[in-house]
Design a protein around this ligand. Sequence first.
Ligand SMILES: [Fe+2]
Ligand SMILES: [Fe+2]
Length: 253
Amino acid sequence: MSEPFLLVQLSDSHVGADWDGVDPAARLSAAVESVGRLDPGPGAVLISGDLVENAEDAEYEQLRELLEPLAVPVYVLPGNHDDRDALRRHFGVPGAPGEPVQYAADVGPLRLVAIDSTIPGEEPGELDSERLAWLDEELAAAPDRPTLLALHHPPLWTGVPAIDEIGLRVADRRALGDVVGRHPQVRRIVAGHVHRTVAADLAGRPVLAVPSTYIQLKLDFRDDELELTAEPPGFAVHALRDGELVSHVQPVT
Ligand SMILES: [Fe+2]
Ligand SMILES: [Fe+2]
């Protein structure tokens, strides 16, 4: 039986942050060690935004050092705490200065399509018609490859008012659903930002938001202030074998 191809998804490492006195570097190191114990190891790693806290060069440099033990290709996309051009400088992602960071890449048997859901300087996300037109074209270019679509702000409603306040507007989620609906090869839509495991669907495709490697947000259907909680950090492992894709959420151990 053939081995699965693994794509690990880390998210929201927030290197440089100091929330409740917790060190994000130590937390990320523990996640990287946990990834290192996977057997087989991953073929690639995706980091779905909020890589660092303040978008400073020194933070991105520290992040790159912390990721070194992974020794596999690392794909990144921006979160609301990141800076598009800093990602270009430190991770060599394509595109002109200031433009959204988005690209498609063949990652083993998977096609990874990353779309930029950020509004520079703001917490909520957006998907404007230009970005969605780019996505439509990019998906049309490879209709037969199983595709994982990745972005920072998950296209879902969580029910936690404080989290939904900084999410993607309903109209943008629907517009994304219209594009995805035209491309059956999109097998999974994955995101971060909400610092929790949340599953939903969009245009009939599973949507999965994955935990932070740093600190989780509390599940509270009434609270309109973001609250941290001491739940364990985690990451996702997407495994593809013989055309079947499965996604695990693995607590850091
Ligand atoms: Fe975050
Ligand atoms: Fe975020």
